[in-house]
Design a protein around this ligand. Structure first.
Ligand SMILES: Cc1ncc(COP(=O)(O)O)c(C=O)c1O
Length: 447
């Protein structure tokens, strides 16, 4: 199986059950770290046992909670969702939390309730999951692509101001891969240009910028709890924020526009604003309450293992581990990324490097492709609504600014490890580093 040919979600699913390594090499015993013949050329793999699978659950915490919801017969939003919201807000160190059906619904709600819509431009990175860009189109605004920083993989604030225009209304920083974006610079630019900030923290549960949780640093923060995520419940999401008025509006919007708090209660049918429906269900919240019990410890383990892995990889020529900004006090590590510079590997293409690494028993992927060049982008601009809402000049400006050479470079050079690989032992990290070192030592035979 070649994960290069897989979609990101297929890769995450495959990696999460440890099947890539196991499927490729079910029969070997560990061949020893220093074996020199590459497994992809018929040698023995560095590693033959699978890495920790994902998601994790247990009888006491998870099964009991979900069964009690099932048996109650109350499956729509009720007390369990309210309890999750209370606990998640406390965990994030924020006043309010609203559970949603998924991260996409959370982002849509946040943008809409901050009045981002038709006529507006929103700054976003192309190095992200497609949902971060789709939600901007879905509220009727134009996404303006800002190149990521190739060292940190995050949206590059130093490249923002050159693309700000009179219609720029918001920044949507994505803490992509669970590594924090540079929130000091982003918030300073937002303040200077009077922009709202919606943090896409859909991969960044528990990540921190200067001791404050990602998702709590802008106007609103959004999370995803989809199956592959570090805090999973199958499908789920949340919005967090400190502004009661704004959070009441989000609550109302996510519940058909029904009156709520400051949005106003009325007798009888109280639908007050244009609304959507993206309420979290009780069984989603039940799984999350159980999963949250492990999150702190798992986050700690991921950070320790990531740090150790970086210390092992940083001296291998052509392997450039991601850098964390100085303001990062903790990362979430939804994925562990590095850049593969093929010049140091005798120009062996990344696809061959990945195949060799998988053959050594290490599940890995090439990460995002150029999402901003996918057909949906141009197709959105060509829809009847966008052609009605915007002049040709405005649509062309969006097209012309959609060039991000550093983002392209990341798409060409990135290598990712899924977060569950970081939940094992230091010895597991040694296997990863030993496999990469072995490929480096033998790269001439791959050429
Ligand atoms: C960065 C990012 N933004 C948004 C989303 C959307 O979240 P969901 O799949 O829960 O709708 C995801 C999910 O993969 C994501 O990774």
């Amino acid at each position: 199986m070649n994960t290069n040919d897989l979609t990101r979600r297929q890769f995450l699913a495959a990696a999460s059950v440890g099947s890539l390594a196991a499927a490729a090499f079910p029969t070997h015993v560990n061949a020893g770290r220093k074996a020199s013949k590459l497994a992809v050329l018929g040698g023995q793999a560095v590693r033959t046992k699978p890495f920790p699978g994902w998601p994790m659950w247990d009888k006491n915490a998870d099964e009991e909670l979900i069964l009690s919801v099932l048996r109650s017969g109350v499956w729509s939003r009720n007390k369990v969702v309210a309890e999750f919201e209370k606990q998640y807000a406390a965990l994030m160190g924020v006043k309010r939390c609203i559970g949603t059906t998924n991260g996409t619904g959370a982002l849509l709600t946040a943008l809409h309730c901050l009045d981002v819509g038709i006529g507006d431009e929103v700054l976003v990175t192309p190095y992200t999951f497609v949902a971060s860009i789709q939600v901007i189109f879905l509220v009727g605004a134009l996404p303006i692509m800002i190149d990521p920083d190739p060292d940190t993989f995050q949206i590059n604030p130093d490249k923002m101001e050159e693309k700000i225009g009179k219609n720029t209304r918001a920044i949507l920083p994505v803490h992509i891969l669970g590594l924090p974006a540079h929130m000091d610079k982003i918030n300073a630019i937002a303040k200077k240009h009077n922009l709202v900030v919606v943090e896409d923290a859909c991969q960044a549960w528990m990540a921190e910028w200067k001791g404050k949780k990602c998702g709590t640093l802008g106007d609103l923060g959004c999370f995803s709890f989809q199956n592959s995520k570090n805090l999973p419940c199958g499908e789920g999401g949340a919005i967090v924020g400190n502004d009661d008025k704004l959070m009441d509006k989000c609550y109302s919007y996510h519940d058909f526009g029904r009156g709520y708090g400051n949005v106003g209660q009325v007798e009888g049918t109280g639908f007050r604003i244009m609304g959507n429906k993206c309420r979290m269900a009780e069984y989603q919240a039940a799984i999350l309450l159980a999963q949250m019990k492990r999150l702190e410890e798992q986050t700690q383990t991921r950070n320790e293992n990531a740090q150790y892995l970086t210390s092992r990889l940083k001296d291998i020529p052509g392997i450039v581990p991601h850098r964390l900004y100085d303001g990062v006090t903790r990362a979430a590590y939804h994925l562990y990324p590095f850049r593969y510079e093929k010049e140091h590997f005798g120009n062996v293409p990344r696809s061959k490097f990945l195949a060799a690494l998988k053959a050594e028993g290490i599940p890995c992927s090439s990460g995002y492709n150029r999402v901003n060049e996918n057909a949906f982008f141009e197709n959105a601009l060509r829809t009847k609504n966008f052609r009605k809402a915007y002049s040709k000049e405005r649509l062309d400006r969006c097209r012309q600014l959609n060039h991000c050479p550093d983002g392209d470079r990341l798409c060409d050079e990135a290598v990712w490890f899924f977060h569950s690989l970081l939940l094992g032992t230091k010895r597991d990290m040694d296997d990863i580093a030993d496999a990469i070192q072995k490929i480096y030592d033998n790269h001439a035979k791959l050429a």
